[in-house]
Design a protein around this ligand. Structure first.
Ligand SMILES: Nc1ncnc2c1ncn2[C@@H]1O[C@H](COP(=O)(O)OP(=O)(O)OP(=O)(O)O)[C@@H](O)[C@H]1O
Ligand SMILES: [Mg+2]
Length: 413
């Protein structure tokens, strides 16, 4: 039998699914996990043999000597995709090649498992990869080029929330309406599906998406709650004017750390800021974050505390990178910091209802998937908005990948 596969290449995590010996299986991409964090570490002493996933992150945070990157799917459709980045002076790399090699790693792991070459793969794509249409279209053609270079002979795309809808299809009753919300690291995507009285298939009534997700929540949390420790929104000592926010915005963004923070221009800007800052010792912490290439490490700690606050009301933030060891952060602070992002996400879900010409009250099922849907504030807001709907969140981290496999089997076998 031909070998078919689902590939959920995510901003934060990647999952590969296969139909193997009569079963739908998630390939163990790491020793203890089926999903592979979308991160890479280039050790300076062997730039040609990068590490991927959790081991990339742990090597970097344990002071590995090299360059670390994460969430590179977000570079698709942006001008940085063509520009590439410098691993160290004289060693540049294109983001195209970083993603090709990352996905080759995933393909190889999958084929080692099946001992067969992949005949057909269905790859997830966000409904809206980028806020501007041109960026979205170029991002998809860049992804196509990447898939060809990875070596996939036959592939097709399916919108991520539609894949999740396929996975949950058989839980939906006849003559019902469902909204599927896939709230991920880089994008939040929605679909409204309708099941008719034959229950054979469902109709996609509308899709929508917004290029905002968990990585933007990390940025908001960093800027609004933590970065005052590094001098964000503090003033200069002569005129009392607020210092530039540019390096802080770069340090709060997983990709801009790579593309814009670790540059000569930003280093010079921060050096000047240190010279004139009223709270010099704070801005110096930003400076050493850049000099020691520690910004991903701090943002990683902030992301981890965001995740922990889904299960607790407050926690002590004892950072490796911030001098103040007595920081306490609360769920309330997090929720206030991200309020505007969350309301944009909910509005996009309501737009999807409008596109489908249905009222939120008419929805019978609310299906939530993706890591960001685990935030209590978001879950609550969606439940209140679709208050008449039955709530489904089973397998919320894997349903997109399993739905992509469902489609692959339907198309090919
Ligand atoms: N318990 C949690 N509470 C809050 N956020 C969480 C939790 N678990 C994971 N996340 C966040 O969810 C995001 C990852 O979700 P997911 O794996 O669904 O994204 P993805 O599929 O890689 O991204 P995308 O589909 O947007 O490309 C990250 O931003 C992560 O910080
Ligand atoms: Mg996803």
């Amino acid at each position: 039998m031909d070998s078919v596969c689902g590939l959920d290449f995510g901003t934060s995590n990647t999952i590969s699914t296969i139909f193997y010996e009569g079963e739908n299986i998630m390939v163990p991409l790491e020793e203890h996990s089926k999903s592979l964090p979308s991160s890479v570490f280039f050790p300076f002493d062997s730039l040609h043999t990068p590490l991927y996933g959790s081991i990339a992150t742990s090597t970097y945070t344990n002071n590995g000597y090299g360059r670390y990157m994460k969430s590179f799917k977000r570079i698709l459709g942006t001008p940085f995709f063509e520009l590439g980045t410098s691993l160290r002076p004289g060693a540049n790399i294109l983001f195209h090649d970083i993603i090709v090699n990352y996905l080759k790693f995933v393909k190889n792991k999958t084929e080692e498992f099946t001992q067969k070459e992949t005949d057909y793969v269905v790859v997830g794509k966000p409904v809206r990869l980028s806020e501007n249409e041109k960026g979205g279209a170029s991002g998809i053609s860049q992804l196509e080029s990447i898939l060809k270079h990875v070596g996939y002979k036959n592939y097709s795309f399916l919108e991520e929330p539609i894949a999740a809808a396929y996975y949950h299809q058989n839980k939906l009753a006849k003559n019902s309406l469902a909204i599927v919300a896939d709230l991920g690291g880089g994008t939040c995507d929605f679909t409204i599906v309708g099941v008719d009285d034959t229950k054979k298939d469902f109709k996609i009534l509308a899709t929508s998406g917004i290029s905002l997700g968990g990585t933007d929540i990390d940025s908001q949390f960093a800027l609004n709650v933590f970065f005052s420790e590094l001098g964000y929104k503090t003033v200069d000592k002569l005129k009392g004017l607020t210092l530039s926010d540019t390096p802080y915005r770069y340090a709060a963004d997983w990709n801009k750390i790579t593309t814009s923070l670790y540059t000569f221009k930003t280093e010079m800007l921060v050096k000047k800021m240190v010279g004139k800052a009223k709270f010099k010792e704070k801005v110096e912490q930003l400076q050493s974050l850049i000099q020691n290439k520690d910004a991903h490490g701090l943002l990683g700690e902030i992301e981890n505390s965001k995740i922990a606050l889904s299960g607790t009301d407050s926690l002590a933030f004892n950072s490796k990178y911030i001098a103040n060891k007595d920081l306490l952060v609360s769920k309330n602070e997090l929720e206030e910091a991200i309020e505007s992002t969350v309301s944009k996400i909910l509005n996009n879900a309501l737009e999807c209802c409008q596109l489908a010409n249905v009222n939120s009250e008419d929805i019978n099922y609310l299906i939530l998937t993706g890591g960001t849907s685990k935030m209590p504030m978001i879950k609550q807001l969606f439940k209140e908005t679709f208050h008449k709907a039955s709530f489904i969140e089973k397998n919320s981290m894997n349903s997109v990948a399993l739905g992509l496999l469902h489609k692959a089997k339907k198309d090919w076998l």
